[in-house]
Design a binder for this molecule. Structure first.
Ligand SMILES: [Zn+2]
Length: 490
């Protein structure tokens, strides 16, 4: 049987349902007559969604997100699937991919402005109705989502789920699909990877399965073949429990603040990063991230996106960005896949070539000396792309999609905001969610000794110890916290 003869995971009616939900949502956000860039972007995405099963995946996640949201849980798509306006409107990422803009929630006024990220903008008042404007948009092209741009079928979805809602998420999938259509994947020690089947199919029809001795939140079966041997009907869903969503939710509860109170244009947030006061901020407390941070001046949110890209990429910083920074500005460097697509577009490189180069770089293939790569490089140079830029492309082996880097940046900026304005709450909730436990009883000396020991070199332990030492150095009272577990502030 050829691969085309298989039907990929789909949900009947998903395309029309996604279109309807997105149109409703843009009217809520952008008024009854949304501006042309919003409508054009959505139309372009839906023209491509017709060719693959992505709308089915999006609808499944939309229902899951809505279900978790009822009790304050959250999910977010990891990776490039979250690059679309569709995923933002369906509530499965909170990263708006449109160009940077101000919008008025009261009257629908929208102003697209020049800039890398709407979070760099200082909020103004609406010139029409005087209401407070919302700044949004991170300038993410939908071409970064290769499944969409190339009409590929989606076979794997990676999602971050609030750790406290993880079981609820699995139970929802069992209820939504029926237990015949979901199984644990065999190769994972922790059951975070699930296989889903389209309507009307059973696992026994496509792959060998065994019954689990102890079911996982209602999932009773497990596939026998390694999880990466997907049959084409299967959708692999990886549900990663994510503590930082819970940490942020607890912080809002404790400090009686709301997510919309966090002002991402606030310079104090970025001053914290530039002061290297990043202990307890995910992704930013390692020596490597601090080394990159030291090169940043006048930081804003868009720089935080670049930093997340640089920190998590391979070959973007070492022997590349770090050298280029001597003669080029930080925003000109390559930090995410999308930077490549957008920059090549500025030089007039056609979008098909720009997309192919972007894909080749992020898969670590552009660094290979092949006739095809030499031809592509020549094409870029003929278009006027500088030599240094093409050479920089050739050094990169892996890059994050901008949508994912923006999500990491948003979480880091949110926690930094709490650390600046609610330090006591920040330390209290962070130590509890990092399960500081016994370490709270250790003296400073004992903690420092433990840091020095090899068995304490685990990243997590080092972070907890560093945070605890910082709390004591700043003389923030920990006595009332007992074992580090806070009162229920969920
Ligand atoms: Zn207005």
């Amino acid at each position: 049987m050829t691969k085309d003869a298989y039907a990929p995971f789909t949900i009947p009616g998903a395309y029309a349902a996604a279109q309807h939900l997105c149109k409703e949502k843009i009217q809520t956000l952008y008024g009854p007559t949304p501006p042309a860039p919003v409508v054009e972007r959505l139309d372009a995405e839906f023209a491509l969604l017709d060719g693959n099963n992505l709308s089915s995946v999006y609808i499944l996640l939309h229902h899951l997100a809505a279900h978790l949201g009822e009790t304050g849980g959250k999910l977010a798509l990891r990776g490039a699937l979250g690059s679309t306006l569709t995923s933002f409107l369906l509530g499965i990422t909170d990263i708006n991919p449109l160009p940077a803009h101000d919008r008025c929630p009261s009257c629908g006024y929208v102003d697209f402005v020049r800039g890398d990220s709407g979070y760099d903008l200082v909020a103004k008042t609406c010139p029409i109705c005087g209401g407070a404007l919302v700044c949004d948009g991170h300038n993410i092209p939908y071409e970064a989502c290769s499944e969409l741009a190339q009409g590929k079928q989606v076979d794997t979805v990676d999602i971050n789920v609030s750790a406290s809602s993880w079981e609820k998420a699995v139970s929802f999938l069992v209820e939504f699909l029926g237990e015949e259509r979901i199984a644990c994947a065999c190769e994972w020690n922790n059951p975070v990877c699930f296989m889903l089947l389209p309507e009307g199919m059973k696992f026994e029809d496509v792959t060998p399965v065994t019954e689990l001795e102890s079911p996982v939140c209602g999932v009773r079966k497990q596939t026998v073949l390694p999880g990466y041997e997907l049959t084409p009907e299967m959708l692999r869903v990886i549900l990663l429990p994510y503590d930082d969503y819970d940490r942020i939710r607890r912080l809002h509860r404790l400090t009686k603040t709301k997510p919309e109170d966090v002002d991402y244009s606030d310079p104090n947030i970025y001053q914290l990063f530039q002061n290297l006061d990043t202990c307890g901020i995910p992704g930013f407390s390692t020596d490597r991230s601090k080394e990159i941070l030291q090169h940043c001046k006048d930081m804003r949110f868009s720089d935080l996106i670049r930093l997340c890209g640089m920190i998590c990429g391979t070959g973007a910083w070492e022997d590349n960005g770090e050298i280029l920074l001597q003669s080029h500005a930080f925003p000109d460097l390559i930090a995410t896949r999308d930077d490549i697509f957008l920059t090549l577009g500025k030089y007039g490189v056609d979008s098909k070539t720009a997309q192919a180069v972007m894909e080749s770089v992020r898969k670590g293939k552009f660094c290979e000396d092949t006739p095809e790569n030499r031809k592509r490089a020549q094409k870029l140079l003929r278009a006027g792309v500088p030599v240094w830029y093409v050479e920089s492309l050739g050094k990169i082996r892996y890059l994050f999609p901008k949508a994912h880097a923006a999500q990491c940046g948003k979480i880091a900026a949110t926690l930094a905001w709490f650390k600046v304005y609610y330090p006591n709450g920040f330390y209290q909730v962070s130590l509890a969610s990092m399960r500081a436990g016994d370490l709270l009883q250790y003296s400073d000396e004992a903690l420092k000794q433990r840091l020095g020991k090899e068995n304490a070199s685990k990243e997590h332990d080092r972070e907890v110890i560093a945070l605890l030492l910082e709390v004591r150095r700043r003389q923030i009272c920990v006595d009332s916290w007992g074992t580090g577990e806070t009162a229920d502030v969920r």
